[in-house]
Ligand binder design. Structure first.
Ligand code: PXL
Length: 279
């Protein structure tokens, strides 16, 4: 089988395990070549640290993609995650178009908020713009906060009602026509997971809910989800693998660090990802 290639368009946070420092190791471990278009270099991510450095690489995003196109470099999937500005949303979409074949999947994680709040430095209009990128994507992986913000709806604390989750899924589908993997879905205290909606059927996947919050959990989920999807799993099966893997990572983080800003200790769990993928 030909090796698959993902092009990941995200920042490098030098410390704190999120975006490319999560996507690269997880996708590589799953046998997927991971080409990168770094959007910025930050000394740390913006959650729980202050005074981080920020080197904006916006001016390089499209030229990198243009060079790849000239060299006939394409990808099986383009994976966009955290983007640093509204302008970067347009640039990421332009880059994605340049390197896409007809069968290339655009997978967008609208990473911009969690627990009811936008990340530090992201302005109120940002979700409106992110919705446009989501509408161009084949698959989107918002969490509940991001879904609510893109729809202009109020955020609710878990546990959720099925009615609230359906409102988010159907609202987003109407506005994007993308397949949706909504993360952070919890109907009871002991389980958390994702709901998957392809415009026709809705399905749910759950794993153990642990009493801890860590930065970059969404990146671990989406990266392991893409790892499974490109290893020929269905949307639902890939979401289940991502939910199980993410729960395992959170459990292992709780043994190492109790600070949210540390990020997720996914390293020790990589053998489990490989096991789930039967590689
Ligand atoms: O995964 C989210 C993320 C990625 N990159 C940077 C961030 C955040 C969340 O705050 O600050 C730079």
């Amino acid at each position: 089988m030909a090796q698959k290639r993902v092009a990941a368009i995200q920042d490098i946070s030098c410390f704190g395990k999120c975006s490319l420092t999560v996507a690269l190791p997880l996708l590589s471990a799953a046998g997927i070549e991971t080409a990168v278009i770094p959007t910025a270099v930050l000394s740390t991510h913006t959650g729980g640290f202050t005074g981080n450095t920020f080197r904006d690489l916006s001016a390089d995003i499209v030229p990198i993609a243009r060079h790849w196109k000239k060299e006939n470099i394409t990808a099986d999937a383009v994976y966009t995650g955290y983007l640093c500005s509204k302008e970067q949303i347009y640039l990421a979409l332009e880059a994605a178009k340049l390197i896409s074949r007809k069968d290339t999947l655009l997978i967008t994680d609208p990473a911009m908020a969690d627990n009811g709040r936008l990340y530090r430095g992201i302005d109120k209009e940002f979700p409106e713009y992110m919705l446009k990128l989501c509408a161009a994507a084949d698959i989107i992986t918002p969490n509940v906060t991001e879904a609510a913000l893109m729809l202009g709806l109020g955020y609710k604390e878990p546990p959720y009602t099925e009615e609230y989750i359906n409102t988010l899924l159907e609202g987003l589908y109407t506005k994007t026509h993308s397949k949706i993997v909504l993360t952070g879905v919890s109907f009871e205290n002991r389980k958390i997971g994702a709901s998957v909606f392809d415009g026709g059927n809705k399905a749910y996947v759950f794993a153990e809910k642990l009493d801890a919050l860590y930065h970059g959990t969404g990146d671990v989920f989406t990266s392991s989800f893409i790892a499974a999807l490109l290893n020929d799993r269905s949307l639902k099966a890939a979401a289940q693998i991502a939910a199980n893997f993410t729960a395992g990572c959170i459990r292992s983080t709780m043994e190492n660090c109790t600070e949210e800003r540390c990020g997720v200790s996914f390293e020790s769990q990589i053998p489990n990802l490989i096991k789930y993928l039967e590689l």
